[in-house]
Design a protein. Structure first.
Length: 318
């Protein structure tokens, strides 16, 4: 029913940052400061299953993967197969030896993506509150020396950096970054207005998402990062999870969702609340959860009474 070629995993809900528009800060969910252990990961993903997966993305809704104690052991385990790895991180506070150890497990098919919105510690902390710019740069420099993995620098456009993008690009180029990514965010105005002003919103409206979804641009600075294959299939008129345009998501509790948006906390999701035990890959294998009849109920919802998040992110985006 679902595509397992690409899977997005929240391996940790721990983070050192306090980004003001992150759901971790805004919603303060109950499952903070948890992580997948190595044993839990091996149970959920036996090697014979991993051989069917093209890529695993380590990111998450409320945490950063590099703070999972067992991340390097998990990466080493995955690399027993041909599965590619994409790690998305703020990059703060890890020592060079840690980055060197991680880099030794990765190949040129793997990507480490640093989310950095500034050009020094002061500017980066205007949104990435409590980040440590110098340790981010040290992490990049260490990976460049110790690994053949590809490195992406990703920047969200804000008012404080929209006129400094060339400065950020210059730093990224000097560091040997393979690709720079600019992100047009959706999180402006509305509840973020104070005295009718959003202090983070770019003045250039072309640097703001126009369709309710994060939009991204890429500039190749060194090596090209290979795009994902086109897995899409025409089996549903609009649901991205069904037509394989959005990957499966597993949160830090081990709950399997059709996509990373599905249970983001900003919209009520009765389906998850009613079916938590059936959705948990910490209780059953991944394939057992995927093949459970509960997803037939989900299909009925899509066609008859779509969840609010499905309407916002997919049905209205046609």
């Amino acid at each position: 029913m679902f595509n397992i070629k690409k899977i997005h995993i929240e391996v940790s809900s721990k983070c050192t940052l306090k980004c003001p528009r992150c759901p971790r800060t805004e919603l303060k969910p109950e499952h903070l400061n948890q992580e997948f252990t190595f044993d839990e990961f091996k149970t959920a993903f036996p090697l014979n299953l991993l051989t069917q997966v093209d890529k695993i993305v380590f990111c998450g809704d409320v945490g950063d993967p590099i703070y999972a104690n067992d991340l390097i052991d998990i990466v080493d385990y995955i690399k027993q197969t041909d599965c590619k790895i994409h790690i998305i991180t703020n990059g703060s506070y890890k020592k060079p030896d840690w980055w060197k150890n991680l880099g030794s497990k990765l190949s040129q098919e793997d990507v480490v993506q640093f989310s950095i919105d500034g050009w020094d510690n002061e500017s980066n902390n205007l949104y990435r509150v409590n980040s440590d710019y110098s340790s981010c740069i040290l992490g990049i420099e260490t990976l460049k020396k110790s690994s053949n993995c590809k490195i992406r620098w990703s920047t969200i456009y804000f008012r404080f950096n929209e006129n400094n993008i060339n400065q950020i690009l210059e730093q990224a180029t000097q560091l040997g970054i393979d690709e720079w990514q600019g992100v047009y965010s959706t999180k402006f105005d509305g509840r973020y207005l104070v005295n009718n002003i959003d202090i983070l919103k770019p003045k250039d409206v072309t640097k703001i998402s126009q369709n309710g979804l994060y939009q991204k641009i890429e500039i190749v600075l060194n090596r090209t990062i290979t795009k994902d294959p086109d897995y899409s299939k025409n089996v549903h008129p609009w649901a991205k999870c069904m037509i394989f345009k959005k990957e499966l998501f597993i949160n830090v509790e081990g709950l399997l969702f059709p996509c990373p948006w599905f249970n983001n906390g900003y919209q009520n999701n009765d389906f998850v609340q009613q079916n938590k035990e059936k959705l948990s890959i910490k209780r059953r294998s991944l394939l057992e959860v995927i093949n459970d009849n509960v997803w037939q109920d989900f299909l009925s919802l899509l066609d008859q009474n779509p969840l609010e998040i499905c309407t916002i992110k997919c049905k209205n985006d046609r």
